[in-house]
Design a protein around this ligand. Structure first.
Ligand SMILES: Nc1nc2c(ncn2[C@@H]2O[C@H](COP(=O)(O)OP(=O)(O)OP(=O)(O)O)[C@@H](O)[C@H]2O)c(=O)[nH]1
Ligand SMILES: [Zn+2]
Length: 296
């Protein structure tokens, strides 16, 4: 039987919803495999009018994932950019922002930082200063207010999205859903359809889903998160994932320097001179420690 091609638009456990040219199909994988991610281009075999089995995953352009000591969790495949949503309130975590940046750099995915809720003026200046740090590292920042300036928010974001497959991530409460609802007006209906198709239970909205905006543009909404483990990254990947380290790499006394407590370390010298933020160097060391703890 001929295989059909489609894009995975939602995943819940080992159940997937695949959008083909003409239908949305409920799919499973063969056996116990669960290595399919939202955004994957797959080949499947029809088993009934609206069901199928995924037979093949097309080679991925990019793959974003999180991992802890025990296992890794695929976030999305084939995305070309990541929007990190932060807000004036509640406060955001620098640790989570930097971990997201490192994940994106390691996966070769562009990043934009979206600062939402700029209408909350009391917290605006302080938040702007915090976000300016990331702009200084080279990550573009865009200010929006999803609820009080919906049109301006769309005007700011739509051109950035065009032609890309974009994943939005952010801590709970930053306004990620509000932004998605502006860009995909029928997102709520789509979520209900997906929940029904995947039988996720009435109140579950905690799954990643992809919305097709046009032929070349899509947007992926991922659940809010508290943790972003990166145990899977090797030392070499880690040091290259910090763009501000780049000009110092290769200048340490020891060619295999861990930038931890070695003498004449160019990275640590840059930290002492104020050219690299201590917060970022500390995260680097923490991630290095985590990747040495990996058990899988
Ligand atoms: N003042 C203000 N409030 C906003 C803005 N955008 C979103 N909110 C509010 O912030 C709260 C959280 O917004 P959501 O869109 O649900 O946030 P989320 O990031 O999707 O959060 P989770 O669903 O928990 O992951 C809601 O009460 C929104 O109405 C904004 O631009 N300004
Ligand atoms: Zn060093």
């Amino acid at each position: 039987m001929e295989l059909i091609t489609g894009t995975v638009i939602a995943a819940h456990g080992r159940h997937y919803l695949v959008q083909t040219e003409s239908a949305k199909l409920q799919c499973v994988t063969r056996g116990k495999k669960s290595d399919v991610a939202v955004g994957d281009l797959v080949k499947l075999k029809l088993t009934s009018a609206n069901q199928g089995v995924i037979e093949e995953i097309t080679e991925r352009q990019t793959l974003l994932y999180r991992s802890d000591q025990y296992k890794s969790k695929l976030l999305a495949a084939n995305v070309t950019q990541l929007f990190i949503v932060v807000a004036t309130e509640p406060g955001f975590s620098d640790d989570l922002v930097s971990r997201s940046l490192v994940a994106a750099e390691a996966a070769g995915v562009k990043v934009h930082i979206i600062l939402n809720k700029i209408d909350v003026v009391a917290a605006l200046e302080k938040t702007r200063q915090r976000v300016a740090f990331y702009a200084g590292l080279g990550y573009p920042v865009h200010e929006v207010s999803a609820t009080t300036q919906p049109e301006a928010t769309c005007t700011a974001l739509l051109p950035l999205l065009k032609g890309h497959s974009t994943i939005l991530i952010g801590q709970s409460g930053m306004g990620k859903s509000s932004i998605i609802n502006l860009i995909v007006p029928d997102a709520d209906i789509a979520v209900r359809e997906i929940s029904a198709a995947l039988d996720t239970g009435k109140h579950t909205t905690t799954f990643t889903r992809l919305y097709v905006i046009d032929e070349e543009t899509s947007i992926i909404d991922s659940p809010g998160f508290q943790e972003f483990g990166l145990y899977h990254l090797t030392e070499g990947m880690l040091e290259r994932a910090f763009p501000e380290f780049a000009s110092y790499l290769g200048h340490c006394k020891f060619y295999n320097c861990h930038h931890s407590n070695e003498p004449e370390c160019a990275i640590r010298t840059a930290v002492a001179a104020g050219s690299i933020a201590p917060m970022r160097h500390a995260l680097y060391l923490q991630l290095l420690h985590e990747s040495s703890q990996k058990l899988y």
